[in-house]
Design a protein around this ligand. Sequence first.
Ligand code: ARG
Length: 274
Amino acid sequence: MPVNATRTATHRRFLMCRPQYFGVTYSINPWMDPEKPVNTALAIQQWENVRDLYLHLGHEVEEITPVEGFPDMVFAANGATVIDGRVLGARFRHSERSAEGPAYLAWFHDRGYRDTRIPVHVNEGEGDYLLVGRQILAGTGFRTDSRSHAETQEFFGLPVTSLTLVDPAFYHLDTALAVLSENEVMYYPGAFSQGSQAVLREMFPDAVLANAEDAAVFGLNALSDGLHVVLPEAATHLIHELRARGFQPIGVDLTELLKAGGSVKCCTLELRTG
Ligand code: ARG
């Protein structure tokens, strides 16, 4: 889309999980240091600000009841992938999170979602699966098994493009790439293998490119409704770039959740009813 094009927001439905039992009690990514203190009350406050912002922007937010003993359950994006009302459940790489898969799937069953699948291969939901228009970008390298990509393509009947992550700090696709509109993304090239960088250049020649500083503050862990882009406020270069392209970036503070290696997008699972 040209730089000064008029952008419009489309209405979204999200699933979120209050960080009631949030903490860093184990380490499954380089951001997590169980020795570092975490302020759960502050995490809840920061999370509520994001939830309230979504509501203020006119979006709908559903909440799944947090479960004690699952400190990472706040990262709802990992709970499933939902497209056209069909739900692909998650199967976590690490045993610390494995019980979250069934917990999220149960929520969908309770809400009357019938077209669901218990996955065969490891996949961490929208952490590694991002929908751009009618195609799916799929991350692998650290969490989601590359064999899951074929399973996902078959289940949704949508083309899946595999992208390989190479930097352990950006272990999920949604830490290195964000969808901005039906045909636009922003990403940090350094998080991807050479081949995957070439694929991204081929598919999105005009993409917004993040620099290392943006990536380090999780600036790519962002949620766009087509106009507003909610992202960590510390990603100042990205905020500037997005504004120049006609988006309305909105910076938020989720630094308490960053201690677990998550931010805006990680806390947000999109419910696409189709
Ligand atoms: N501590 C969590 C993990 O390592 C963070 C998950 C972040 N979620 C995301 N969608 N990137 O699994």
